[in-house]
Design a protein around this ligand. Structure first.
Ligand code: ATP
Ligand code: MG
Length: 281
């Protein structure tokens, strides 16, 4: 290399989080496809299935996890200033929304974003967890990069709707994880077939089956298809996600199937079972 030429960017070593077995990022190329809904319900379903679960809201500008879990509890810190995730609905949880509640927007540039995400990941006291689920903001930007460079992400769950526009973006998300050597655990088709409550007929509002086709095209599993169900939205809006009511609650079955598909994939990757999968009430 000639003298003075720019050095190739060194990728920092990706460290595991001590005590945390699996780090699962929930991502999408496009906004509004249901990442937070999937991340929250996935975390709750895994917890109900007997796993120890943490949930990190990495959407610093638009943190929705506290609303979906119905909490405004402020996290405390240890004597050595390590932030302690709050306990909510059986999960350990951290979100910028707990530190900056209300409607005041976070107006931060990249380096500050990097710093807060790094602190949430590296210096928070997560304790012993089977899974830390990370709800990402949409796209392939700063937070995604910081996450990937800072910790050893076990795998990514990529959420899409069956519509073509969302699918064009899901391909970008899959490609991003591939380029940075993060395993794509699979694709989730959210807002899949709606069942009419009056005539029980299935209605494909955004289409159906496109998520599976994309997954197949990229050689990754389809982890689940989550129906459009007003109860899923209401659960999120009122701080009582459907998965909290257990697998037999209406609207929860596909979310528990997703949780099992995710643990199966994680078990395949690690070669060891990641814990129980019998529901504990
Ligand atoms: N399967 C579903 N059935 C009904 N409503 C849903 C479903 N999934 C998500 N929603 C609703 O769609 C809206 C967007 O969902 P959500 O906030 O989870 O998306 P997101 O991808 O996290 O958005 P953002 O990109 O802004 O972070 C919410 O009102 C949510 O309740
Ligand atoms: Mg979100």
């Amino acid at each position: 290399m000639p003298p003075g030429a720019p050095q190739p960017q060194q990728m920092p070593e990706r460290q595991p989080i001590p005590g945390v077995k699996n780090l699962v990022a929930v991502a999408s190329g496009k906004g509004g496809v249901g990442k937070t809904t999937v991340a929250v319900n996935l975390a709750l379903a895994l917890s109900k299935l007997g796993h120890k679960v943490g949930l990190l809201d990495a959407d610093v500008y638009g943190p929705n996890v506290p609303i979906m879990l119905g909490t405004t509890q402020e996290p405390l810190a240890t004597m050595d200033k390590r932030i302690i995730p709050i306990d909510v609905a059986g999960l350990k949880m951290l979100s910028m929304g707990l530190l900056n509640p209300g409607d005041k927007p976070m107006i931060w540039r990249g380096p500050m974003l990097h710093s807060v995400i790094t602190q949430f990941l590296r210096s928070a006291q997560w304790g012993e967890l089977d899974h830390l689920i990370i709800d990402l903001p949409p796209g392939t930007g700063d937070v995604q990069l910081t996450l990937i460079q800072t910790v050893a992400v076990t795998g990514a769950v990529v959420v899409t709707t069956p519509s073509t526009v969302a699918l064009a973006d899901v391909r970008k998300a899959i490609e991003m994880f591939r380029q940075v050597n993060v395993e794509v655990l699979g694709v989730v088709e959210n807002m899949s077939t709606f069942t009419c409550p009056h005539c029980a007929k299935p209605i494909d509002i955004f289409g159906h089956g496109e998520g599976a086709k994309t997954a197949q095209a990229y050689g990754v599993p389809i982890l689940g298809e989550i129906e459009i169900d007003p109860r899923i939205r209401i659960g999120g809006d009122t701080g009582k996600p459907v998965a909290l009511q257990g697998e037999n609650a209406i609207g929860a079955k596909s979310l528990y199937d997703l949780a099992r598909a995710v643990t199966t994939r994680l078990d395949q990757l690690s070669g060891t079972p990641s814990g129980p999968s019998v529901q504990i009430d």
